[in-house]
Design a protein. Structure first.
Length: 473
């Protein structure tokens, strides 16, 4: 009896072909193509078949069949929809590695689009009609930006690799392979799990020569470690931690003087590498790329998508003779970047050349005042207060730069604190992540906090919509 009724239920299932002829799927087929809709229909029908197997009754089957088109649409969204999607960053962390670091300038996005759509002179010298080098497109702009830092005895040049980790590796591999690199024990850092200075060193065929102690390293420690095998002095930015208390680190000037006296290059991994003087946004104690070059560091390495505010890239700027050696390293080819990165980087650098810092979103976010953010927060709060079951307060707080820049520095901001009746803070956070455009926020003292410093103005309406849906649940 039971098997007979199951067979009856199976017979109620339409065939894939019948489903594909349904009027309510015509639009999906036109949009996503027949093959994707066929696959989705197959998966949904198979799921219903399994449910019948597991004891689904006739009534529930009818319900499932009436929702067939919706189920196929949902399946399509997850199968042919994008996995990498835009989210709204309401955390107030400007350079958030999990959220893709720096958003790009509009000019960078336009330049990517026009470069990507067709062919370009990536490696063609248009004047000579000969093969050219991809480096020239941005090297000229870096030269302009650092023209005051070039010295009579050496010109500065810049090359681009995939990220700063690759830049550090290339510098060590080119300049130190087979010899020793002297590093302070206070700078043997780990950044983001897989980037550890000792490991990168091992991979580069250089030998690490640790000097000093965790908290104190003096210039004499470096001096005493120098021997005939020394190839490089390396200084590494303490991007994600601080050493406080009884501490000592030689001044950059002293390291430069030692490197020059012993004729050993000094390389500095700046990590974030600001091109903008951070003191203009009230953040002190963070040396920028220019400052290091002016002090006499031979090569600096830094990221393209941290404080620079551009695409993911690793930049090596320094003495032209040393940069040329890295350019000739046979593994440079494996680390080089594509035309889209050059397109984005060139547009971003042009904004610096023009002094148009507000064109670069990460810089605009850093430069936004607490008052400006407060005015936006009050407006958004008023809209959110209109929703049922939502309680709102606007309060003082702090944003952080992130991306390893000035790890202890904060920027004063205004925060929107939200509670929704019937949902705890973590539940609310998770609902916001589940919104059509996910909203990423943080929790403090049982409330969800939104920091509009990192929210683009055009995203505010989407936040209100997400809360509207969330509060309904
Ligand atoms: C961020 C950082 C890196 C890694 O840079 P990526 O561009 O993420 O590869 C290396 N060194 C320092 C000091 C950093 O802050």
């Amino acid at each position: 009896m039971k098997t007979a009724s199951k067979a009856g239920l199976y017979r109620k299932l339409p065939s894939v072909d019948e489903v594909l002829h349904r009027a309510d799927l015509a639009e999906a087929i036109a949009r996503e193509g027949r093959s994707a809709v066929t696959d989705a229909a197959r998966i949904v029908l198979e799921r219903v078949r399994k449910e019948i197997d597991a004891g689904l009754d006739a009534e529930k089957l009818d319900l499932a069949l009436s929702g067939l088109a919706d189920a196929i649409a949902r399946e399509l969204r997850s199968s042919v929809g994008y996995s990498l999607r835009p989210v709204i960053n309401a955390t107030g962390v400007i350079l958030h590695t999990n959220l893709g670091r720096a958003p790009l300038a509009a000019s960078a996005i336009e330049n990517i689009a026009s470069t990507a759509a067709g062919y370009s002179n990536l490696e063609l010298d248009l004047a000579a009609g000969e093969r050219g080098k991809r480096d020239v497109h941005v090297d000229r702009l870096f030269r302009r930006l650092f023209q005051d830092e070039a010295r009579d005895d050496h010109q500065l040049s810049t090359i681009v690799v995939n990220n700063n980790a690759a830049a550090v590796w290339l510098a060590l591999n080119t300049l130190a392979a087979g010899g020793e690199v002297i590093v302070s024990r206070g700078e043997l850092v780990e950044i983001g799990g897989s980037f550890r200075i000792p490991d990168v060193m091992a991979q580069s065929n250089g030998t690490l020569r640790e000097v000093g102690t965790t908290n104190r390293t003096r210039i004499s420690d470096y001096e005493q470690a120098i021997n005939e095998k020394s190839r490089l002095l390396l200084r590494v930015h303490r991007s994600n931690f601080q050493i406080t208390g009884f501490t000592e680190q030689p001044a950059l000037e002293d390291l430069v003087a030692l490197a020059q006296a012993r004729n050993i290059p000094l390389v500095e991994d700046l990590g974030s590498g600001a091109l903008l003087d951070l003191r203009t946004v009230g953040v002190g104690g963070e040396a920028g790329v220019s400052e290091s070059l002016r002090a006499g560091v031979d090569v600096v390495t830094y990221s393209g998508d941290k404080l620079l505010g551009g695409p993911q890239a690793g930049l090596l700027t320094g003495r032209a003779d040393l940069i040329a050696r890295m350019r000739k390293n046979s593994l440079f080819r494996a680390l080089r970047v594509d035309k889209l990165t050059y397109a984005a980087l060139e547009a971003t650098l042009l904004a610096y050349v023009k002094g148009d810092h507000d064109a670069i979103p990460a810089l605009r976010m850093m430069r936004a005042s607490k008052e400006e953010i407060g005015a936006r927060a009050n407006k958004l709060a008023a809209q959110l207060r209109g929703l049922a079951a939502v309680e709102i307060e606007v309060l003082d707080g702090e944003s952080v730069i992130g991306g390893g820049a000035a790890p202890s520095a904060t920027l004063p901001t205004r925060l929107i604190a939200v509670t929704v009746k019937g949902a705890g803070a973590d539940e609310l956070l998770s609902r916001l992540r589940g919104a059509e455009t996910p909203v990423i926020a943080r929790v403090q003292d049982g409330r969800v906090l939104l920091d509009l410093r990192t929210v683009l103005p055009q995203e505010e309406a989407t936040i209100v919509a997400a809360f509207g849906k969330t509060a309904e649940k």
